[in-house]
Design a protein around this ligand. Structure first.
Ligand SMILES: Cc1ncc(COP(=O)(O)O)c(C=O)c1O
Length: 402
């Protein structure tokens, strides 16, 4: 439905997004409201960003206090919240260091640059060992590096020539990675759980084998945890369930809980590849962004969020499976982990998104006709129950009409 706001939107903004159907004006916890006053249960969390839901008091207070003190100063000066954040994050993966940026694609861009630097160190020649093997259906962002690492025609079309050196292999197929890695390979970069590709999990066994393969071939193992990290699976990092240790990790989205921040963790063995002047950004790790991220980590820790997701995730999953069992003609599969779940739907996921929205719930569509359910990490049992009733209601309506 065309509203005043969407008219303005279409008039003044470049059309790189489809014109949104609704305008959200307010949020509180797991709910948001549009300009007409209609309330929605937010099971999209701004695409896995609103880790603490909306307007979490601690997050608001932390950002407000920092804004009142100093919002920005650049990396020409030491930023206390930046090293406090890095030190706190290092508790989840000791033995490494952090570099902050502003988004997921920038985090991957930093990892791709790191892979190139490693390639120079490994081969002793600039421009020889430069390849980064990625996985089919992966998504790593929209900058040239991120896009070139994203083997999807819909993302890359129109932008040739892309950055060279991104061969692809099949997720969960070690042989495929074995053949894709050659002497010119510097790194492997995959999502621990593919989000945009349709909630596809890299199995723990595959991750263990891939780790061993990368070590054997002298190739860095880089994990993109931009979407699945920051507690979403009930572990701080999704790869923790496999017991492996990657060489580098990309983070963003939920890290700032709605304030833009990205970052990469790099193990000590490779962190020294970046030297003064080799990489940088004006905004990366600025005081406001770091204060927001500290607020997210403090709430995750103080409220026992990881434990909560470990318990609630499987309950939610089982309820969804019961619903899927009632509508096998509409839901083909429920998959995912913790609070990163996917419903493989019969029919176009964009249409399903709309149907759920009409029934008062926001979801995120993904490849392979998958509807992603990405609740705020703070969502409680009643809100997950509410999501289940909206899903059941929407499916019943659809079943009655088809
Ligand atoms: C796994 C993954 N990597 C990278 C990105 C890109 O992040 P951003 O949109 O913040 O650049 C995304 C965004 O959806 C993502 O899901």
């Amino acid at each position: 439905m065309e509203t005043d706001t969407t008219k303005h939107y279409r008039k003044s903004l470049i059309g790189n997004y489809a014109t949104p159907a609704i305008t959200l004006v307010r949020g509180e916890g797991s709910y948001v409201w549009d300009e007409s006053g209609k309330r929605y249960l937010d099971m999209a969390s701004g695409i896995a960003v609103n880790a603490l839901g909306h307007a979490h008091p601690h997050w608001v207070a932390r950002i407000s206090a920092q804004a009142g003190q100093m919002g920005h100063c650049s990396n020409l000066y030491a930023i206390r919240p930046q090293y406090e954040l890095a030190e706190k994050l290092c508790n989840y993966a000791p033995g490494g260091k952090w570099l902050f940026c502003n988004s997921g694609t920038e985090a991957n861009e930093a990892l791709i640059k790191l892979a190139r630097l490693y390639g120079v160190r490994k081969s002793g020649v600039e421009g020889k060992c430069y390849k980064v093997v990625t996985a089919e259906n992966g998504f790593h962002g929209r900058t040239f590096g991120g896009m070139s690492a994203t083997p999807q025609l819909k993302i890359q079309k129109g932008f040739a020539p892309l950055v060279p050196g991104f061969p692809t292999a099949k997720l969960n197929d070690l042989e495929s990675f074995k053949s894709a890695i050659d002497t010119d390979t510097a790194a492997v970069l995959i999502e621990t759980i593919q989000g945009e590709g349709g909630v596809n999990i890299a199995s723990d066994d595959f991750l263990k084998d891939l780790r061993a393969l990368c070590t054997e071939r002298g190739v860095m193992l880089m994990l993109d945890e931009v979407q699945c990290g920051v507690g979403r699976t009930g572990k701080f990092y999704a790869f923790e369930s496999s017991g492996i240790r990657p060489d580098a990790i990309a983070m963003a989205k939920g890290l700032g809980g709605g304030f833009p921040i990205g970052g990469v963790w790099v193990t000590d063995a490779f962190a020294d590849l970046f030297t003064p002047g080799s990489h940088g950004t004006t905004f990366g790790g600025n005081p406001l962004a770091c204060a927001a991220a500290l607020a997210v980590l403090e709430v995750i820790e103080q409220d026992g969020i990881l434990e909560k997701i470990k318990t609630q995730g499987p309950v939610f999953f089982n309820k969804l499976q019961v619903i899927a069992g009632k509508f096998p003609q509409l839901i083909k599969e429920v998959r995912g982990k913790g609070f990163m779940l996917g419903l493989a739907m019969e029919g176009d996921s964009a249409e399903w998104n709309k149907r759920f929205r009409d029934h008062g719930m926001l979801t995120a569509s993904a490849g392979g006709n998958v509807i992603r359910l990405l609740p705020p990490l703070t969502a409680d049992a009643n809100e997950l129950e509410h999501a289940c009733s909206i899903i059941e209601e929407t499916l019943s309506d659809q079943a009655a009409h088809s």
